[in-house]
Write a protein that binds this ligand. Structure first.
Ligand code: ADP
Length: 243
């Protein structure tokens, strides 16, 4: 499912967080929103998810041509992963992953054995088989983040959005997990956008990189394109820090 963002504006009080952002995320791609802290990445991701509303009278968000600008978050079929896992501490891994299915209205709720089947398939997909009875406190940071991903996938989202998914992890685990995310993406080909301020992370795993600065998109392209042909002095400088 492709994502089209057209002329999205967002102000917080007098401060402009997004200043007319246009963006197309092609179906099945893994796209990085890259930029310095405060450039508007998280705000854009949250508006795509419906967790935040764009300013009245500004542009629109479309999923595969369908206008979802005013569709509430719960009905957009978006999987969202936060930087700090946001797992339920008093629930097991199984219960965390099943949560989104169990809270559905009775008519839409799968049967218990179907939920169990789906949770086990997801555990396999994120390579956490056998850990369903554990609690979040008994998992490593990387494992917790994979539970968060399985939980986001449980509701069969049309798009997957990740906000600095590895930001809370130490450098070694970050590197492992980003390679793992790339391999995982190649298995399921779900349209995915992830936020990062880490140039190396974006350039290593993304199909396309969206470089943001000061509430605007500076450049969109493949890692090779943005690296070889920076479109603005900012992009040149920002990517110049990559070793
Ligand atoms: P990034 O993800 O690139 O670090 P954000 O989208 O989080 O940037 O934030 C962009 C700017 O908007 C920042 O200056 C931030 O302080 C401001 N901002 C974000 N959310 C809010 C909010 N709820 N209220 C006020 N200001 C906000």
């Amino acid at each position: 499912m492709s994502i089209q963002v057209s002329n999205i504006r967002k102000k917080f009080g007098g401060f402009t967080a997004l200043d007319g952002v246009d963006l197309t995320v092609p179906r099945g791609k893994l796209v990085a929103l890259l930029g310095p802290s405060g450039s508007g990445k998280t705000t854009l991701l949250r508006i795509i998810a419906g967790l935040e509303q764009a300013d009245e009278g500004s542009g629109r968000i479309q999923f595969h041509g369908e206008d979802v600008t005013h569709v509430p978050a719960g009905k957009r079929r978006v999987g969202f992963v936060f930087q700090h896992y946001a797992l339920f501490r008093h629930m097991s891994v199984f219960e965390n992953i099943a949560f989104g299915l169990k809270v559905r209205p009775r008519k839409l709720r799968p049967k218990n054995n179907e939920i169990a089947d789906r949770v086990h398939r997801l555990l396999k997909l994120v390579q956490l088989e056998g850990l369903e009875a554990r609690y979040p406190s008994q998992l490593s940071g990387g494992q917790r983040q994979r539970v968060a991903l399985a939980r986001a996938l449980a509701v069969e989202p049309k798009v997957l959005l990740l906000d600095e998914p590895f930001g809370a992890l130490d450098a070694k685990v970050r590197k492992e997990l980003r390679r793992w995310l790339r391999r995982f993406h190649e298995e399921i080909h779900l349209t995915t956008v992830f936020v990062t301020h880490d140039q190396e992370e974006a350039l290593e795993i993304a199909d396309e990189v969206v470089i943001m600065n000061n509430a605007r998109v500076e450049q969109v392209g493949t890692p090779q394109q943005v690296y070889d042909h920076p479109a603005t002095p900012f992009v040149y400088q920002f990517l110049g820090n990559v070793n």
